[in-house]
Design a protein around this ligand. Structure first.
Ligand code: FES
Ligand code: FES
Length: 147
């Protein structure tokens, strides 16, 4: 199939796509957008988080055919800003594999709730796994970005 969609504000057409392959695969392997990471491919880790028509989704769980006509924003499409700065300042990046997903999820949280409580931060990021940081610095980063 030909997938026609908007990615990071740009209209894209991708030929030769199998309807059942994941949006994550299309982004990484067909469109050279490697920011969204492929860790579990089962919707468990959040490293592949993107916006699909304004909703935060795991792109590994979205079939390419479901993205037809949709507007997708990946971590590459987010302007460098307070969330990125806060992750760097707080030391919330170690290997960095989880970071793109966390940045997108934090961006989504703060757009919906600019002053989240700790419980709301934990709930919003509950789907994002990190093997390195122990999460405290990630929580610090989100608090810093919110402030
Ligand atoms: S790779 Fe999509 S949730 Fe883990
Ligand atoms: S910084 Fe390594 S997985 Fe989070």
């Amino acid at each position: 199939m030909r997938l026609t969609c908007t990615i990071n504000g740009e209209g894209r057409e991708v030929d030769g796509v199998w309807e059942g392959e994941s949006l994550l695969y299309v982004l990484r392997e067909r469109l050279a957008l490697p920011g969204s990471k492929n860790a579990c491919e089962q919707g468990e880790c959040g490293s592949c988080s993107v916006y699909l028509d304004g909703q935060l989704v795991c792109s590994c769980l979205v079939a390419a055919g479901q993205a037809e006509g949709c507007e997708i924003v990946t971590v590459e499409g987010l302007e460098f800003g307070p969330v990125h700065e806060a992750f760097l300042t707080a030391g919330a990046v170690q290997c960095g594999f989880c970071t793109p997903g966390l940045v997108v999820a934090t961006h989504d949280l703060l757009a919906r709730n600019p002053s989240p409580s700790d419980a709301e931060i934990r709930e919003a990021l509950a789907g994002n796994l990190c093997r390195c940081t122990g999460y405290e610095k990630i929580l610090d980063a989100v608090r810093l970005a919110a402030s």
